[in-house]
Design a protein around this ligand. Structure first.
Ligand code: GRF
Length: 242
């Protein structure tokens, strides 16, 4: 992966004891599998003055043709293309990304349609907190499945991306997404926000996803309004990892 100059970073100590900066610099990770609408929601909220607590420091895409990159350019945001190599180099690429984010003083990473699995070296290297938006319902903290208001078990959709995950809600009564702290185990970690929408009898993947996304945008912006809660949740996730 080619992403900034990283060698100087290896001497930077962990920032666990430091105060939370204001604003917190965030990086949004996107790909060409997504459409960049979550990124746009953050940009819009920022431009409306709703997110003084954060600054969009960087947008990183793993592909040059991601729609979100157009959005980043239009709003004059700094962006970079992380050139992830072969699967065999995934650990190395993950670590380089972590180093690069530290170097750029990123406090919170938001994975919004990012399609690469970040492995352990990323989580061991990056000093900030990582947030993911997942179109599924993560389990409760005790590991039990999340239940919808009608008592039915909500699909977790672990490992399922976008359309496949949304399709899994069709036929049920409810659907929803989770904004959570990302951990080494994909689509798992402390829950920050959940969304809930009703599935209509004539819903298609597109119509349902459209409503789910609107709720995702609002939930993500609410999450970023309180960066201290993200850091707290990330810390509790690390503590319970042992
Ligand atoms: C979102 O629906 C999110 O839940 C999933 O990827 C999608 C990205 O959408 N992880 P967009 O690129 O922000 O429009």
């Amino acid at each position: 992966m080619v992403l900034g100059e990283t060698s100087a970073l290896r001497q930077i100590p962990r920032r666990e004891t430091e105060e939370i900066p204001n604003p917190v610099r965030i990086a949004v990770l996107i790909s060409n599998k997504g459409t960049g609408t979550n990124l746009q929601a953050i940009i819009d909220a920022k431009e409306q003055g709703r997110l003084p607590q954060i600054e969009i420091g960087l947008v990183i895409s793993d592909a040059p043709d991601a729609k979100g990159l157009e959005r980043a350019k239009k709003h004059r945001l700094a962006y970079d293309i992380a050139r992830f190599g072969k699967l065999a180099h995934r650990d190395e690429d993950s670590q380089e990304l972590g180093f690069s984010l530290n170097l750029q003083r990123i406090g919170v990473v938001v994975m919004a349609g990012w399609s690469r699995i970040l492995t352990r070296p990323y989580f061991e290297t990056f000093e900030g907190a990582t947030v993911n938006v997942h179109p599924g319902m993560l389990p409760n903290p005790d590991g039990s499945p999340f239940l919808f208001p009608d008592g039915t078990e909500a699909p977790w959709n672990k490992g399922l991306m976008t359309e496949k995950a949304v399709a899994n809600f069709l036929g049920g009564k409810y659907a929803g997404s989770t904004v959570h702290v990302a951990t080494i185990d994909a689509d798992s970690g402390p829950v920050l926000e959940r969304t809930l929408v009703e599935v209509l009898p004539d819903d298609s993947v597109d119509s349902l996803y459209d409503r789910m996304k609107r709720e995702e945008w609002a939930a993500l912006v609410r999450t970023l309004e309180e960066p201290e809660k993200i850091f707290e949740a990330a810390k509790s996730g690390n503590d319970s990892d042992g």
